[in-house]
Write a protein that binds this ligand. Structure first.
Ligand code: 5AD
Ligand code: SF4
Length: 463
């Protein structure tokens, strides 16, 4: 799961006239958080609140937060200071911190920031209306209970990102992996899978609403495991197949795969259905087996390579992307070099790259020493970024030039209204002159050139 998205995602939301109040939701963090904001919007709308994309008209500001690294939290502290100004302009405004940071810091948020009225963790969103009403009466509200069951399965999320083409569908919550660096199991609780019937119902609703692509979300989708009343199980591969069969014109994506759990069965299912996209986000974190062991990732360098070989064998056209952390506890130059050589060997199409950031109370914070100097972390990060964004992305792009791809059109290019953009099955963005194509169409685009972030193409009649 990647937390590269962090923006306010509303456009043209319908406003309710006689509402309890207007809520402005700002979301940070991963796709799961964006999906949660849609659940929050749905709960609030069902309770008479309106949703607005204009902070100036809001009666309530909710900030859905991320704790994954220290700088993610620092950005949110900065935002809270800006909300203080909003409160000065309109003292009746209520400010709520929800999501992962709410879960991690709990009461501390109410104490440190006098301006916060409400603190709600990721499993307590159903309580939001009650807590909001109490806060309206002047009582600070907090609920950070984690649940073993909550999946919000019965809630139809209000689609906040109104591109109308692609939507996130959450299939599970929480995480049981216990990577030593990671705060997620503490802030999102234990793993639980969502009833597949409700997932399928949600996908049907999306198709009826004109959507053409869904991304199934979970911290570790490969460990999706639903057990019904009769004890019958549904695995991730089975769920993927159920969703793919709904409509051959619906693209199906998923994120995130865990290398220790990615099965050949999932890869064969992907190969069987053309509408399951040929892209796997397979976070490696490090190329050194010693570091992977310290991270408690549950695989070695060799095992990871075996999974990549399986992908190349079963899905020769698939793109592979990853997450990498540099400067984890005790990382040496030799370990770092192994990350660089593994990156070269895989030839990632894209990578999210980070410096290790110690998170309080994680196993690494308790048992290991964050002993790689900041300058060394910075230098190692620069090295992996240079490798990825230089040579590796060059190879990836050059391999695409001259080929034609089916592209699902998602929007008008930011730079020119004469151009549209969309993505290939491999999740690469293509910009092309619009001709007669419309948002939501599938077109074939031949790639003629590439910039640093996108492929440039033109519409062709067929493959
Ligand atoms: N420090 C740096 N990066 C982290 N990630 C998770 N926890 C940390 C941390 N403590 C990265 C991992 C993960 C991605 C979502 O964020 O690479 O895959
Ligand atoms: Fe997502 Fe993890 Fe950030 Fe929570 S802490 S928003 S799960 S990336």
């Amino acid at each position: 799961m990647n937390e590269h998205l962090n923006t306010n995602i509303y456009t043209n939301l319908d406003k309710q006239e006689d509402s309890e109040g207007l809520v402005y939701i700002e979301t940070y963090g991963c796709q799961m958080n964006f999906s949660d904001s849609e659940v929050v919007a749905s709960i609030l709308q069902a309770n008479g609140y309106g949703i607005t994309d204009n902070i100036d008209e809001a009666d309530i500001i909710l900030v859905n937060t991320c704790s994954i690294r220290e700088n993610a939290e620092n950005r949110i502290w900065g935002r809270l200071d800006i909300f203080r100004l909003q409160k000065r302009k309109k003292p009746s405004i209520l400010i709520g911190v929800i999501g992962c940071m709410a879960e991690r810091l709990k009461e501390k948020l109410l104490e440190d920031k006098k301006l916060v009225d409400l603190v709600v963790g990721p499993d307590a969103y159903r309580e939001l209306p009650v807590l909001l009403r109490a806060a309206e009466g002047g009582q600070k509200g907090i609920n950070v209970l984690l649940s073993r069951e909550e999946t919000y399965s019965d809630i139809s999320p209000v689609r906040l990102d109104k591109n109308g083409v692609s939507a996130f569908v959450s299939i599970m919550r929480g995480c049981n992996n216990m990577c030593t660096y990671c705060v997620v199991p503490y802030v999102r609780g234990a793993e639980r899978s969502r009833n597949p019937e409700t997932i399928i119902r949600e996908v049907h609703e999306l198709i009826e609403g004109g959507y053409r692509e869904v991304t199934l979300l979970g911290q570790n989708v490969d460990s999706y495991n639903w057990k019904n009343d009769k004890g019958e199980r549904t695995s991730f591969a089975e769920l993927l197949e159920l969703v793919a069969k709904i409509d051959t014109k619906l693209r199906v994506r998923f994120s995130t795969s865990h290398p220790k759990d990615l099965s050949d069965e999932v890869l064969y299912t992907m190969a069987m259905y053309e509408n399951i996209c040929s892209h796997i986000h397979l976070p490696v974190q490090s190329g050194s087996s010693r570091i992977l062991e310290l991270m408690n990732r549950g695989y070695s360098r060799e095992y990871y390579m075996n999974r990549v070989e399986a992908i190349r064998r079963i899905l020769p056209d698939a793109s592979i992307t990853t997450d990498i952390i540099v400067g984890f506890c005790t990382e040496t130059e030799i370990d770092h070099d192994q990350t660089l050589t593994l990156m070269q060997w895989v030839g990632y199409d894209y990578a999210y790259m980070y410096k290790y950031s110690e998170r309080p109370n994680t196993k690494a914070a308790r048992k290991l020493v964050d002993d790689v100097d900041e300058e060394i972390k910075t230098r190692r990060l620069t090295e992996i970024i240079e490798l990825q964004q230089g040579k590796l992305s060059e190879i990836s792009k050059n391999a695409d030039i001259g080929r034609s791809f089916e592209v699902l059109v998602e929007g008008v290019s930011k730079k020119s209204t004469e151009h549209l953009y969309g993505r290939t099955s491999q999740n690469k963005v293509v910009v092309f002159p619009k001709q007669d194509a419309k948002i939501g169409d599938y077109v074939y685009a031949k790639i003629i050139n590439a910039t640093s972030a996108t492929l440039l193409g033109k519409i062709v009649s067929e493959h």
